[in-house]
Every structure is written in C-alpha cells, then in structure tokens.
Design a binder for this molecule. Structure first.
Ligand SMILES: NC(=O)c1ccc[n+]([C@@H]2O[C@H](COP(=O)([O-])OP(=O)(O)OC[C@H]3O[C@@H](n4cnc5c(N)ncnc54)[C@H](O)[C@@H]3O)[C@@H](O)[C@H]2O)c1
Length: 311
C-alpha cells in the first residue's frame, strides 16, 4: 500500500487526507499544533460522511481507519512515497518546513506544496533535494474539487513532475501542467482577472455586488461547471472557436482596452466594496455555510460522475 505524508492538517491538509485515503493510500498526517490534531478525527468524520452520503467514497469508517494521526514529523515521513505540504502561506515558513522535509524524507520521494501563490524556486532554492520539490496546488476543498496545478522550479526533475502527475491522476484528481513559474499559477490568475473586472464594474455603479454574484452563479458558472471557456465558445458560433473570435473578437478587444488594472485592488477601494457586501458572516456562520457548500458541491460532483459516459 502506498503511503502519503500530509504535513499541516488545516483546511487543505485534512481534505488531502480524505482524497488519498479514498484512493486506498495509507495516510500519515502531522501538524505542529497538538490541539488541532486532537480535534481532527471529528472534522474528518464530518467531511467523510458528506462523501459517503453522495456515493463519493465507500464508507466513512474505512476512510478514517486509513488515516493515521502523527504527533511528530519523523513518524509521518518514515515510510512516505509522496509528501504533500500544507503549512501556512508564508515564504519563510515554507522554506523552513521544506528544509526539514528534504532532510528527513527518503531521497527521490516527491515533495509537493499546496501553496496558492509561492513558486517552487522560492522555497526549494539551496536544498540538497531541490530537484524533487514542486507545487501541487489544489482547489479548496480538494476532496470535492479535483483540479491540481502542477508546477516545478526550473530545476525540478521532469521524472518527479511526471510521477506527481500520475499520482494525482491515480487518486482521482485532475492534474494540469503549468509549464513555467508565474504568480498565481493559472487558476488564481483567472480568478484574479474576474475579480478585478467585477470590482471595477461594482465601483462604477454598473451593477450591485449581489447581481454580480448572480451573473456568475446563474450565468457563466452554470456552464463552467461542466465546460471550459473554449468548449463554451465553440458552441456560441456556428463554425466554432475561430468563427467566434471573428465575430466577437473586436468587441472583446474594445472591452479589454477599459479593463481593470492592478490599482483596483488598492485596500481603500476593495474595503469600500467589501463594506457594501450584505452577506457579512460571523466565523461560526462561515463554518456552517462551508458545510452547506460542501454538501451541494458533493451532489454536483456525483451528478458529473454519472454524466461522464454520456458524450
Ligand atoms: N484555503 C484555501 O482556499 C487554499 C486553497 C488552495 C491552496 N491553499 C494552500 O494550502 C496551504 C494551507 O492552507 P490552509 O487554508 O489549509 O491553511 P490553515 O491555516 O487552515 O492550515 C495551516 C496548518 O499548518 C500548520 N502548521 C504551521 N506550521 C507548521 C509546521 N512547521 N509543520 C506542520 N504544520 C504546520 C498549522 O498549525 C495549520 O493547521 C497554504 O499554502 C495555502 O496557500 C489554500
């Protein structure tokens, strides 16, 4: 049985534990905070029940039985075939954690970081095993949203990247290769572009925050749940993608000339818009709404799995 070491058991780490356990891996999970490890079984139990309820995992008891909680880093890494790091999003901490992981994990074991924004060359530079370090950026929550962006530093071994790709695919995720290090990889660049445009439109009074959300969840997002933007536009012109750009390219070019720039994210501008947002949730309500979101996502993922063979 393959063994994965999950380092950091916060939001993302514990979701990864479920992903690997569901695929039949032995999971060893470690966090620096003992209190967090104490509460981990209850959190894993609640999420694994959502998975079983939607037939996305066999039984939650089996899932939990293959997750071993480790109180020290050495124990978690002892037999690891793959390491997934999920510590805080701070460069100095990533560097510190990766230095330890590289010292302890067996040579040639891929060591992937879940980081959303820190490139692998920033946290692996100078390490003896820098060639086995990479980014494996998931989407929250990875047990329900399968995309993983794989991105190495210029010195990451190609075989390591291929191995990581095969592992992610083998556990049921959808890996994509990011060929060069770029801020935000690809998913967050897309998200950032959409947010920038949304902020500008709201600030200009073109639309309210609530109607902006509807435009995505009851508009673009409905199609995007099962088609990418290129698959979408292929169906929006009689002769496909090239025809679409001949018809609508000039309109998009005109819009792009007035697009939002970096200054739209200036704190005084974003805070003003955030203050106008009526959905201000207390932390306990955020947890409750996240559970609701995960339940709905699970139903959608199940629906997508059932449709897979239709076309
Ligand atoms: N939250 C998201 O939406 C999201 C999505 C994709 C990727 N990520 C990335 O995943 C990583 C984790 O994010 P999160 O949202 O789970 O954060 P989190 O704060 O929930 O979890 C971080 C965990 O790391 C632990 N930790 C701190 N120092 C450690 C150490 N030295 N060794 C072991 N554990 C340590 C903390 O105790 C904490 O439990 C970040 O790099 C983040 O960018 C987050």
């Amino acid at each position: 049985m393959s063994v994965v070491a999950i380092i950091g058991a916060g939001l993302i780490g514990r979701a990864w534990a479920l992903v690997f356990a569901r695929a039949g891996w032995q999971v060893k999970i470690y966090d620096i905070q003992p209190d967090l490890l104490k509460n981990l079984p209850a959190k894993l139990q609640a999420e694994s029940e959502i998975l079983s309820r939607h037939q996305l995992a066999e039984d939650s008891a089996g899932l939990l039985a293959s997750i071993q909680i480790c109180s020290d880093l050495e124990g978690a890494l002892a037999e690891a075939d793959f390491v997934q790091e999920n510590g805080p999003e701070k460069l100095d901490l990533k560097r510190e954690i990766f230095a330890k992981l590289d010292r302890i994990a067996a040579p040639d074991v891929p060591v992937a970081s879940s980081t959303s924004s820190i490139i692998a060359s920033a946290f692996s530079e100078g390490l003896a095993g820098k060639a086995r370090c990479l980014v494996g950026h998931p989407v929250n929550p990875p047990h329900l949203v399968p995309l993983v962006e794989i991105c190495g530093a210029p010195w990451t071994d190609r075989n390591i990247l291929n191995k990581a790709y095969d592992i992610y695919e083998g556990i049921g995720q959808v890996p994509v290769r990011i060929h060069s290090e770029t801020d935000g990889f690809v998913l967050n660049r897309l998200q950032g572009a959409l947010l920038a445009e949304a902020l500008q439109l709201i600030e200009e009074g073109v639309i309210s925050v609530e109607d902006l959300d509807k435009t995505v969840k009851d508009g673009l997002g409905l199609r995007w749940a099962f088609m990418g933007p290129f698959e979408t536009i292929e169906l929006n012109a009689p002769e496909g993608v090239a025809d679409y750009f001949s018809r609508y390219g000039p309109v998009f070019a005109k819009m792009a000339r007035g697009s939002a720039g970096a200054e739209i994210f200036a704190p005084e501008r974003t805070q003003k818009i955030a203050a106008s947002w009526k959905g201000q949730l207390a932390p306990s309500e955020i947890a409750e709404r996240s559970r609701w979101r995960n339940e709905r996502l699970a139903a959608l993922v199940r629906h997508k799995a059932k449709q897979k063979n239709e076309m």
